[in-house]
Each structure stands twice: as structure tokens, then as C-alpha cells.
Design a protein around this ligand. Structure first.
Ligand code: ISJ
Length: 438
């Protein structure tokens, strides 16, 4: 099901987009909207959206395909004047999709009014307006729309706001208390040993309250500072710092980073190294990882002319843990957009399991809560169909009433130990819990 803003449903309107270079916008985060931040960043570069020109909401099994179809049509009609020409310039929408087909949560693509961006040392501003089309008969030179949009520069580029302390949120177990999570892991191992499936990812939830006066800017700042090598995102109340690239499309190239297999950081340098080496040698983690890589390759391959995987999984160091990682790189073979590929790969075995259909039904049965947009695709798409999408991990969804739901999960395979998996969720909660003062 699709719901696009009433403003666009009149059909005789189109998006008018203007991107121009500016001297400097760093730092970007202090310019984000504190209550409704729209942001996508890594290592100080990325895009911040302000205001909302258009919102596309979808639900159900076709939520990505429906959003992609509306987006393709809007982009085809758009009048774009892009004087920078980098990924993230011109027409863009930020998006977040629900994990499950049956989720109660909506999926969204949001087109902001104003985009502030930085990449490769260059900065730009994009203004996006929805403009009524003049009647064909009455149309003069056809430039009326662009002139109107340029004239209505309603949103000013905000000055960076002073930094505040992170709001303190006290988290408590949500629908799944720790004992129940361990019981679910035991049951999953039993099903795996019984031959029903090879891997299932089980998550749990923490819940807290954010006070109305506290914005989210300081939390985002903290995530970006503590986890610079992740994708830091904020889309429609979903905020987090994900290390996992679901798919990236840039002028015909495709890339992805698959993560599965996790261990704690060691206390000293030697033990830390040793833990990383043990992770690369762990049969359990390698098996879990191989399933995640196979699922991503299988789904991407039909859309690529060429797809290469790093030959051996490598260890990715994050401040809170080590992951086993594989990078995939290739070239597009069929003109798919980033949203087409998101639709093809989601959900990978890194967040669902193997075989996919059995894993999804086992996780729906054992997990005990609606994941909402956790473990779903989060990112941005542009008017040419290029974009960057991560898997929404190490994240929380903040509801309109201030309820904060944080999520973390682990891949369960036949030799998983419930207490170890519970401890692993605690490690994975750390970024978001600490960014809320925990
Ligand atoms: C499910 C999560 O992470 C996923 C599970 C991993 C694992 O089990 O080793 C590793 C990275 C992610 O693909 C999470 O962070 O919530």
C-alpha cells in the first residue's frame, strides 16, 4: 500500500530542484533539526535534510517496490539544476523501511526542502520545492515553476547550534526480558539441530523515555564521534550508527559490506589482537558469516555484470567489538536503482537467517515483538537511482510520544550458547545506550 502526500496527488505538480556549491558547511550535525533530524553521515561527510517537501509512505510485502515506483515517476518529472554533480547532490530522498512484510510500522521516503551536503572536501546546498505546473495552454516559457521555487527560499541555512549534553534515557528490557531471550536462543538451536534451518537471527529490545525538551542532535553527535567508521543515520525517528552497508550504487558500480560473526574487544593490545585472530579461526563464526555472504551474493548476482567478494573474511574493528566482514564490489548489469537492489537483497542472512523463508517464520515466532524498522534498510536515493543504504543496526526508534525502542540481535547457529549470545546483544546495545547517556 502506498500513501503519497496529498500535495502531489493532484498530479499537476512536479519537483523543482536546485543544487549549488557553497564555501563550507562543517560541522554538519549542529545544523540538523534537533526534533526531526534527517541525516546520513560517515567520517564527517554526508547529507543533512531540513523541512519536508514530500513524504511517501508504504506498508506490506511490496513496501520497497511501491516506494521505488513512486520515486521513479517523481524523478522522471523533476526539473533538476545540479551544479555540483556528486553523490547526494540534486534530487534526494532519505528512507527507512520496515524489516518485516507484516510489520505495523510504515516505511518512508522523505524529500526534504533543504539539503546540506559535504563530500570529498566540497560543500553544497540543495533546495527542493513542489511546484504547480502551469496549464499546458497557458504555459509561457515553462520556467515559471523554477522561478517560483527559487523565489520561495523559505528555509534559511541554519547556523551551527551550540553543543548540549546527551539526553539521559534509562533503558529497561522491553517485550523480551533477558531470560526469555536465552530461552528463545535455546529453542532456535534445537530447531537448527533438528534440521529445520541453518541460521536464524534473534533480537531483543530495550525501552526508555525521552523527555520532550531533549532533542536528538547531541545523541547523533555522540554516535558520530564514537563510531566514525559507521553510517550514522537519522530518518523519521530512527537513529543509529550502522557498520553494515546493505548496498551502494554509484554510476553503475555496486558495493556492499556483509557482517556476521562477532567477538568482544580484548582488554590489552595483545589480547585484543588474539581475539580478532580467534574470530577469523572460529568455525562457528566462519559458518555463520559464509551464510550471510552467500545470501547477499545470490540476491545481487542477477543484477550485476560482475561481482567480486574479498577472498577471505577480514576483521572489522569497532570500538565496542570485532566483526567478521566481507566486501562485495561489482558493476550493475541491468540498470537497477539502489531501491531495486534494496528490494532484492533485504533481508540478508545477516539479519534474518538461512533459509530465508524458514528463518523469517522462526524469528517471527520466537522473537516476540515487531522489529519495526530495526534491521531494515535505511539510507538515501537520488533522482538517477544511485544511493547508499545500510542495515539499520545499533539503533533506536523514537516514537512521537518520546518512547525509545533500542534493538540488538545475534545470528544463532548450531553451536550458539544462549548466555554468550545475550552478552553479545549487550555489546551491540552499547553505541545507542551510551549515546543516550547510559
Ligand atoms: C543483528 C545485529 O547484527 C548482525 C549480526 C551479527 C552477528 O551475529 O555476528 C553481526 C553483524 C550484524 O549483521 C545487530 O546488531 O542487532
Amino acid at each position: 500500500m502506498t500513501n503519497t502526500d496529498a500535495a502531489h496527488q493532484g498530479a499537476r505538480s512536479r519537483l523543482v530542484v536546485h543544487t549549488e556549491p557553497v564555501d563550507e558547511l562543517a560541522p554538519l550535525i549542529p545544523r540538523a533539526d534537533p526534533r526531526h533530524p534527517l541525516l546520513w553521515m560517515r567520517r564527517g561527510e554526508g547529507i543533512v535534510g531540513l523541512g519536508e517537501t514530500l513524504r511517501i509512505e508504504t506498508t506490506g510485502v511490496d513496501r520497497v517496490a511501491d516506494a521505488a515506483a513512486v520515486w521513479t515517476e517523481l524523478a522522471a518529472d523533476a526539473d533538476v539544476d545540479d551544479r555540483v554533480g556528486l553523490p547526494g547532490t540534486g534530487l534526494v530522498a532519505f528512507g527507512a523501511f520496515a524489516f518485516a512484510d507484516e510489520s505495523e510500522s510504515t516505511s518512508v521516503l522523505i524529500v526534504p526542502e533543504l539539503v546540506l551536503g559535504r563530500r570529498d572536501g566540497r560543500a553544497w546546498v540543495t533546495r527542493i520545492a513542489l511546484v504547480e505546473q502551469p496549464d499546458a495552454d497557458a504555459a509561457g516559457d515553462g520556467d515559471d515553476g523554477r522561478a517560483d521555487a527559487a523565489a520561495s527560499e523559505s528555509l534559511e541555512i541554519p547556523e551551527p547550534a551550540p553543543r548540549r549534553r546527551v539526553p539521559r534515557v534509562t533503558f529497561a528490557p522491553g517485550a523480551v526480558p533477558p531470560e526469555r531471550y536465552e530461552a528463545a536462543v535455546s529453542e532456535a538451536v534445537r530447531r537448527i539441530d533438528g534440521g529445520e534451518l541453518a541460521k536464524v537471527v534473534l533480537a531483543r529490545e530495550l525501552v526508555g523515555e525521552l523527555h520532550e525538551e531533549d532533542g536528538l542532535r547531541a545523541t547523533i553527535h555522540r554516535l558520530a564521534e564514537d563510531y566514525p567508521d559507521t553510517w550514522v543515520f537519522a530518518v523519521d525517528g530512527l537513529i543509529g550508527a550502522s557498520p553494515e552497508t546493505l548496498v551502494r550504487v554509484d554510476h553503475g558500480t555496486v558495493s556492499s559490506r556483509v557482517l556476521a560473526g562477532t567477538t568482544a574487544r580484548g582488554a590489552g593490545e595483545a589480547s585484543d589482537r588474539q581475539r580478532a585472530v580467534a574470530l577469523t579461526e572460529s568455525a562457528k563464526d566462519r559458518a555463520e558469516h559464509a551464510l550471510a555472504v552467500a545470501s547477499a551474493v545470490k540476491r545481487l548476482e542477477p543484477h550485476t555484470a560482475r561481482l567480486d567478494a574479498s577472498p577471505e573474511p577480514f576483521t572489522l574493528q569497532l570500538p565496542n567489538l570485532w566483526h567478521l566482514a566481507t566486501d562485495l564490489k561489482g558493476t550493475l548489469g541491468d540498470g537497477s536503482s539502489a531501491l531495486d537492489l534494496v528490494r532484492a537483497v533485504h533481508p540478508t542472512a545477516a539479519v534474518a537467517g538461512t533459509p530465508r523463508r524458514v528463518a523469517l517464520s522462526v524469528l517471527a515466532e520466537l522473537e516476540g515483538f515487531d522489529r519495526g524498522r530495526y534491521a531494515g534498510p535505511v539510507g538515501w536515493v537520488d533522482g538517477d537511482g544511485d544511493g547508499e543504504w545500510a542495515i539499520a543496526l545499533r539503533c533506536a526508534q523514537i516514537d512521537a510520544d518520546g518512547t525509545v525502542h533500542a534493538y540488538a540481535g545475534c545470528g544463532i547457529v548450531h553451536d550458539s550458547v544462549p548466555a554468550d549470545e545475550l552478552a553479545e546483544t549487550d555489546m551491540k546495545f552499547r553505541p545507542i545506550v551510551e549515546a543516550f547517556g547510559g
